[in-house]
Design a binder for this molecule. Structure first.
Ligand SMILES: C[S@@+](CC[C@H](N)C(=O)[O-])C[C@H]1O[C@@H](n2cnc3c(N)ncnc32)[C@H](O)[C@@H]1O
Length: 296
């Protein structure tokens, strides 16, 4: 079966049976959240969420290459006045399934509008949980470097003696920093908080994430030509990002309407490919990162 650069209609658990073992470099996805979108594409009860997810993540584990990465965009919802623990349970059960819980990134939704709730503040961030099959995985940190930022002008102008040597951690963590390493550099590594605006308008899907989100992880964890899978593709955002970056994609969605939407978005974008340089310039402006206060 030719599965590359295709959007499949069906339950990802079934469709994935047709994909070979160790064939995907990055899985990036946002599954249906527990119960939340019941009126648009159905929901899974929070109490049943982990059992619903695990047979699917077993397939993700099988199709992912040993050097590949799985990034899961998810957030626990509030049930009866407290945060439900399905995400925490899921992490624990996925570790039993054979995954390593390597890292967690935070997506800060920077255009969120204010709200008022009696016992909490507005939810303004989501988790991006990174899982791997092994400790050695492909990672291209230079591909996501960010401008050094204004902090460097003041901080690097008058370096102390300590700044010029490796300053070991005072708490004995083994980490140290040499601030002078950042002299003369115009780019630095970002941290694990991504500040990006949400993008809901105009996609005919109620849970679209911004193209910049998969784009960032695709650059970090894959090379051109690699294969990116989104088993809950929705309006096709991950496939779109992959195609724009010269990666191959595999998308799956259970909802026929979204399949059509995803295919339409991808075909329209591929036709516009010659103008992509202009588009990416615009997109980069809509992302910002916390700049570090010191190098390390
Ligand atoms: C949170 S949305 C994904 C939105 C997507 N990231 C985007 O930018 O448009 C989750 C998607 O999972 C799909 N879905 C739900 N259960 C599924 C299953 N068992 N297999 C495949 N897709 C499923 C839904 O139809 C929905 O489009």
């Amino acid at each position: 079966m030719n599965y590359l650069n295709q959007i499949f209609h069906g339950d990802c658990e079934e469709v994935l049976k047709q994909l070979p073992d160790n064939s995907v470099d990055l899985i990036f996805t946002s599954p249906p959240y527990a119960d939340q979108r019941r009126h648009t594409y159905g929901g899974v009860s929070p109490d049943e969420y982990v059992d619903w997810f695990l047979p699917k993540s077993a397939h993700f584990l099988r199709v992912l290459k040993p050097t590949g990465t799985f990034v899961l965009n998810i957030k626990e919802r509030v049930v009866n006045g407290e945060r439900h623990i399905y995400v925490i349970e899921l992490i624990l059960r996925m570790r039993e399934q054979g995954w390593l819980w390597t890292e967690e990134f935070m997506w800060h939704k920077k255009n969120s509008y204010p709200g008022k709730w009696p016992n909490r503040f507005r939810d303004n961030w989501e988790r991006l949980i990174q899982f791997n099959k092994q400790k050695q995985f492909k990672m291209f940190q230079d591909a996501v470097m960010v401008p050094v930022g204004d902090w460097a002008k003041d901080r690097l102008a008058n370096l102390s003696q300590t700044d010029k040597t490796r300053d070991e951690s005072k708490v004995g963590s083994g980490f140290g920093k040499n601030v002078s390493n950042w002299l003369g550099r115009d780019k630095v590594y970002p941290n694990n908080v991504l500040h990006m605006a949400t993008e809901c308008a105009n996609k005919n899907h109620s849970a679209t994430f911004p193209v910049a989100l998969p784009e960032w992880f695709i650059k970090l964890f894959t090379e051109p030509g690699d294969v990116v899978l989104d088993p809950f593709i929705g309006s096709g955002t991950t496939a779109l990002a992959a195609a724009q970056l010269g990666r191959q994609y595999v998308g799956i969605d259970i909802n026929r309407e979204y399949i059509d939407l995803a295919r339409k978005r991808i075909s329209e974008t591929q036709i516009r490919l010659p103008n992509i340089a202009d588009l990416s310039g615009l997109k980069e402006n809509s992302i910002s990162f916390d700049t570090p206060v010191c190098g390390g």
